[in-house]
Ligand binder design. Sequence first.
Ligand code: UTP
Length: 404
Amino acid sequence: MKNVISEKLSILNQEHILRYYKELSESEQEKLINQIEDLDFSVLDETGAEEVRGKIEPLYATTLSETEKNKESYRKTGIEAIRNGKVGCVLLAGGQGSRLGFDKPKGMFNIGVDRELYIFECLINNLLEVVKEANAWIPLFIMTSEDNDRDTREFLEKHKYFGYSGDNVFFFVQEQLPTVDVKGRLMLSAKDRVSTAPNGNGGWYASMVKSGVLKTLNKCNIEWLNVFAVDNVLQRMADPCFIGAVIESGKESGSKVVAKAAPEERVGVMCLEDGRPSIVEYYEMTDEMITAREADGTLSYNWGVILNYVFRIDRLNDILGMHLPLHRAFKKVKCVDENGNISTPDEPNAYKFETLVLDMVKLQDSCLAYEVDRSREFAPVKNSTGVDSVDSARELLRINGIKL
Ligand code: UTP
């Protein structure tokens, strides 16, 4: 073994990850050493301390009624941009979906009841409506992770991209970061593999650039990227009105928002932080902020984000090297136990580290908060039952006239 590796691990107090080294075959040893050489150890310095926030103030959104008045113009501007190839879509599908407890990529989940209707299919059906209206294919970039890349590609190929044009679908794989146990020690997912997890959805643009898929962008005229989550089955991508509203506003970015269902709803809300657009998480809000109201009676912090943003590429390039805060999430992580067996815990046992796309909003000089109707555009599938679940999403799909 290279001495430099064991010295490094010893300084970091992480030598235990080599405890099975001698048992491994030569190729397994090489594999492990190569992985350790590439690991980003900076997560070991993470203390989990909350980020210090600036001055938070309400931010006003373009409301449904305002959009209604300008709908024709927004739609025309948006469709024109799409038709001229200025818009690309980025589907964030690298998450682990651990709360849903489905062991395949979330997009492969069948939300149908009497027929097959996959989450990927719901999203693509919505996108196809725009393709039809614009009479132009929209490049669709799909971010996967090391764990789910193969399944995702095979599934979409097998289903012929649910009617989308395969020539306009581009995959890229996001980066991984090590996970640590409650004592801050690295873990093994196999005797020859350090446990890692996808690095969150905030690294999407950096991963796009690193993967080389960006060359596709350079060949095209794309100026705007619409980025969104896989798990909202009513998600509308490349929504012409939204894109048109952002373009006409002259702002650098846009975020779809929904009016909060209740003051205590557990959703991040758009706000101004030191005068810049930002998102404050529900657990960061004081009681005073939760209940504050404007003169017309609406909540001051009313606009919940639904993970559907539009960013301008030149601005994304400007912020590419900028630091995004690392958030820790406590999760169940499969690992090699003291007896050398791989076990899956019943309770969360490890921290994974993530950067979040919502933190990119703060790096924008301006962001249009654009209200959408939650009953028509927001049906997240996070859990199998209860709030934001398969059950609630099915109900919302039915309300929207989609046969299950
Ligand atoms: P979530 O925050 O719900 O995370 O992702 P998750 O990993 O899918 O689910 P849980 O928390 O383990 O239950 C929101 C969106 O961001 C994507 C997800 O695929 C989803 O579209 N995401 C999340 C990534 O693409 N990569 C990540 O590393 C994390």
